[in-house]
Design a protein around this ligand. Structure first.
Ligand code: NAD
Length: 370
């Protein structure tokens, strides 16, 4: 059995609480002899700043570089609000994404039948929803230079952000979207603003080219990002894979998040280029939510997004897709029993703690495999 090296970076706030539940799942796989995971732990975010004066140390970056997958909790909190900009907790996550060149961010939005009533939309619009947003993660306006605020000296200031995309950045993101679509229902919506942005014109051109060259078996639609936002709320089940840039992906994936009921339900994966020798990609898996300081330390956090992120690691880094599906099935079964963390609970549900939810999911994994 090959051994998989995992670097666990729990981070701050509820990050440590939800990571403990992933460790429970990892132990289950190791104890049953289904897989062999070697884990190391490191610091990221505010706790790393407290320990080393920076949001992630070079030695933890080296561990991340050597790992088959990085499993990341969440960072941040009011304690670090006044830390210098380049040492703030989020800088640790941005460094991981940038240095490991994790250019493709995958955010599934799945609506479990038992949670359809927790969505902001009507049950019939979201029940059975299963979409995947592929957001380009290392380019665009979050990184483009110049990025400045200049004092104009007349009582006015000028802020500049720069949106830049090169052909190769769009090309490689598009390829991942098309590849993923081939494993799903074979449909991609590429979303940009070509009507008002030059980067949108190039995005559209490159995606069209990649599609014609290598993926003409996939159904490709181009959709303006504002319309995409509207359609996500009007008729989300029309989508399968949505391919989009860093800025629009940030916004559209949060819209999709609300379709599924709670921030505590959303996993994500960030993937880099394939290594030419091993065929493996650098990869980081994290829940979409943050460190939730309002509930940290109380056992209220929902660990499903974190456990689902580990499931994505099985699917995309370990070639264990069937086990990722079993994790999803175990989550669906626990929810179908009416067990809920506080964020999901409505009248009549049994409210359980973070640890109880982790234990219930492991129990269901046992039941599904015995
Ligand atoms: P948040 O995602 O931490 O919390 C938003 C709301 O959702 C809160 O009410 C919280 O209690 C709830 N929530 C989030 N995750 C939950 C879970 N698993 N179970 C139950 N409820 C959950 O966002 P925020 O409050 O805007 O930010 C808090 C801190 O997290 C800030 O410092 C922010 O910068 C940071 N943050 C970090 C990341 C990250 O690490 N990737 C992402 C977003 C925000």
């Amino acid at each position: 059995m090959t051994s998989n090296k995992l670097l666990l970076l729990p981070g701050d706030g509820i990050g440590t609480e939800v990571m403990a539940e992933v460790e429970r799942v990892i132990d289950w796989f190791n104890d049953r002899g289904i897989a062999s995971f070697e884990t190391e732990s490191g610091l990221v975010g505010g706790c790393a700043y407290d320990a080393h004066g920076e949001a992630i140390s070079d030695s933890d970056m080296a561990l991340a570089d050597a790992a088959d997958a990085v499993i990341f909790g969440a960072v941040g909190g009011p304690k670090w609000d006044d830390v210098e900009y380049d040492k703030r907790p989020e800088a640790g996550l941005l460094r991981l994404r940038k240095d490991l060149d994790l250019y493709a961010n995958l955010r599934p939005a799945i609506c479990y039948p038992a949670l359809a009533d927790a969505s902001a939309l009507k049950r019939e619009l979201v029940e059975g929803l299963d979409i995947l947003i592929l957001r380009e993660l290392t380019g665009g306006v979050y990184f483009g230079e110049p990025k400045t605020i200049t004092d104009l000296g007349n009582g006015q200031k000028r802020a500049i952000d720069t949106q830049i995309y090169d052909t190769y950045e769009i090309d490689r993101a598009a390829r991942i979207a098309f590849e993923l679509a081939r494993t799903r229902s074979g449909k991609v919506h590429s979303s940009e603003k070509r009507n008002v942005m030059k980067t949108g014109v190039l995005w559209n051109e490159v995606v069209t080219q990649v599609h014609a060259q290598d993926y003409s078996d996939i159904e490709l639609h181009h959709i303006l990002a504002d319309n995409c936002g509207m359609q996500l709320v009007r008729n989300p089940k029309q989508f399968d894979v949505i391919l989009t840039d860093n800025l629009f992906g940030d916004i559209l994936s949060d819209v999709a998040a609300m379709l599924t009921g709670s921030l505590g339900m959303l996993p994500s994966a960030s993937l880099g280029a394939e290594d030419e020798k091993t065929g493996k990609r650098k990869a980081l898996y994290e829940p979409v939510h943050g460190s939730a300081p309002d509930i940290a330390g109380k056992g209220y956090a929902n660990p499903i997004a974190m456990i689902g992120s580990f499931g994505m690691a099985l699917r995309y880094s370990m070639d264990m897709g069937e086990w990722a599906t079993k994790i999803d099935d175990a989550i669906a079964a626990v929810l179908a029993q009416g067990l809920r963390t506080r964020d999901l609970a409505v009248d009549g549900d049994t409210v359980i703690s973070t640890a109880e939810m982790g234990a219930a999911i492991v129990r269901e994994l046992d039941a599904l495999t015995s």
